[in-house]
Design a protein around this ligand. Sequence first.
Ligand SMILES: [Zn+2]
Length: 78
Amino acid sequence: MLSGPSAGEPVPLSEKMVAHYRDTMLAHADDPKLGACPRCLRTRCPDWWWAYERLAAAGRLTDLPGPASSGGGVGAPE
Ligand SMILES: [Zn+2]
């Protein structure tokens, strides 16, 4: 009987949780001016790592919104 994910296998995350972890990563990203998380005032704070590791384990890090991403149709003029 298997309980828990095998090492190296993606851990499925619901879209809701992916969005939550993404928000956490963005909220706790290092501020260029501070050189650290603006909320925790430290670089790569635990909250950031927590979200990062969950997204990495789920293989969803590539879903992070970035500048000049192509294919996103939200708000595109038609
Ligand atoms: Zn933080």
